[in-house]
Design a protein around this ligand. Structure first.
Ligand SMILES: Cc1cc2nc3c(=O)[nH]c(=O)nc-3n(C[C@H](O)[C@H](O)[C@H](O)COP(=O)(O)OP(=O)(O)OC[C@H]3O[C@@H](n4cnc5c(N)ncnc54)[C@H](O)[C@@H]3O)c2cc1C
Length: 422
């Protein structure tokens, strides 16, 4: 089986790249058609940086992080919950001219379960980019350029999306929906790739929205991707699973270790913030294992689907062992495996031979874009050498088997000729 993924270059930093982006949409649609035409379950993958300007994704991410960060500010007693009185106090700081009735209405929007308090999951759930231009506008109207505007209120208003940016977000969302609808019509599962951490909040935001719309209980179409090399990943995975549970849709994810380690570290060092990536490989391995266990339990509870994108034999063995322990049958449980085309074939074939749905991930695009991508994957892949050795051993064994069977065939032929002469 094969899944099709396009690796496409990012549009450049201006907003006039519509044609390129539309070409990308066409390529993704073709990938879905191809995956849908293959026997068995089809998978395709999409990269959001190919669907719009990455600068917009970064702006959107920082806006989302700001609103999430507001949770800490509103949760004054640090209990993990914001109650009505905490909410009213903080709300009046941001909007001093608002009425108590308006603040109460906003609190009800966050407190959808009517519990009288809101936790972090509910806070993220109610997050709406649509309100951002209005929030920025209200802050500026309330404070103008007073000293209060220099602190967190200033940061908040600066990171809110403008109306123009919000409309660009809607256009990007629309392109993604076109791709998703094709996937639904072809019964192809669509994985949204994880990218650089500073794009990821925006990618998560769009993907979870789609999951809510398209992932019905027992049948997920949209898979979000989680990178175990990020310190925040295990917590994020749990929050997103809890959110899916509360909102009643099927959670689905691709679990990988992560492909942008050097870039993340270099950027963090250059800009002077702590690296979001674990300090050493062992920590990434431990995080991958932790996430794997968490998601498998959710699968066993019938609430999740997962694809393990890894060439690491230990991780694959652990996943297979847990499937056995949790009574998840190969083939009939929504647990999938994926390796890049040309890498760790020994794992893909062994899994496939034992009835596990194993996929080859086929990156394609222009040669000058795909080759550097594949080279980066090969460089990052610590398990590749081990895998290459295993591939070599398999190849040697296969050559030996073929040579022996050829010898046997010839020997039988000679024996039968001798018999007929006699
Ligand atoms: C089907 C599939 C889909 C994929 N999709 C994505 C995607 O959407 N987004 C994405 O980012 N990547 C993706 N990848 C690539 C993936 O993240 C890894 O780069 C690659 O698979 C290597 O990890 P591993 O588990 O196979 O192997 P391993 O060799 O066990 O692990 C290597 C990985 O460990 C991490 N690592 C290495 N050294 C250190 C260190 N010193 N400190 C901390 N961590 C370290 C890095 O993430 C490195 O890639 C995908 C891979 C596959 C097979």
């Amino acid at each position: 089986m094969a899944s099709y993924c396009c690796y496409l270059g990012m549009p450049s930093q201006n907003y006039g790249m519509l044609l390129l982006v539309l070409r990308h949409v066409e390529t993704f649609l073709n990938a879905i058609d191809t995956a849908g035409g293959l026997p068995g379950q089809g998978f395709a993958a999409v990269k959001l940086t190919a669907l719009g300007n990455p600068v917009l994704l970064e702006r959107m991410s920082s806006a989302i992080l700001t609103v999430r960060g507001l949770f800490q500010r509103f949760d004054m007693d640090k209990s993990g919950f914001i109650d009505m009185s905490e909410f009213l106090t903080a709300y009046q700081q941001i909007f001093p001219f608002s009425s108590a009735k308006e603040a109460g209405r906003t609190f009800s929007h966050f407190d959808q379960a009517s519990l009288g308090k809101v936790d972090y999951v509910a806070w993220c759930q109610a997050l709406s980019l649509r309100q951002m231009p209005g929030i920025a506008e209200s802050i500026i109207q309330s404070y103008g350029h007073q000293p209060e505007m220099q602190g967190w209120l200033g940061d908040l208003s600066a990171s809110c999306l403008t109306q123009n940016e919000y409309e660009l977000v809607l256009a990007m969302r629309q392109r993604l929906e076109t791709i998703v609808e094709r996937a639904v019509s072809k019964s192809v599962k669509l994985m949204v790739d994880a990218e650089h951490s500073y794009f990821q909040p925006a990618i998560d935001h769009m993907t979870l929205r789609l999951m809510k719309k398209y992932n019905k209980q027992g049948n997920a179409v949209i898979f979000n991707t989680y990178q175990a090399y990020l310190r925040s990943t295990h917590m994020r995975l749990k929050v997103d699973m809890e959110r899916a549970h509360r909102e009643g849709y099927q959670f689905a994810c691709k679990l990988v270790r992560g492909a942008y380690m050097n870039l993340e570290r270099d950027r963090a060092a250059q800009q002077g913030y702590p690296s979001p990536v674990w300090d050493c490989l062992e920590e990434t391995h431990a995080c991958y294992e932790g996430c794997l266990r968490t998601v498998m339990e959710e699968v066993a509870a019938g609430r999740a689907e997962v694809l393990f994108g890894s060439h690491n034999e230990d991780s694959i063995q652990l996943a297979v062992q847990l499937m056995h322990d949790l009574n998840l049958k190969a083939g009939s449980s929504p647990v999938y495996f994926g390796q890049l085309l040309g890498m760790a074939d020994h794992l893909t074939y062994t899994l496939g031979n034992h009835g596990y749905p194993a996929f080859k991930y086929v990156p394609y695009g222009l040669v000058h874009e795909v080759i550097p991508y594949l080279l980066r994957r090969a460089q990052e892949n610590a398990s590749m050498l081990k895998g290459a050795r295993a591939d070599m051993m398999l190849l040697q064994a296969e050559l030996k088997r073929r040579a022996l069977s050829e010898l046997k065939r010839r020997a039988l032929l000679i024996a039968s000729k001798c018999q007929s002469v006699n």
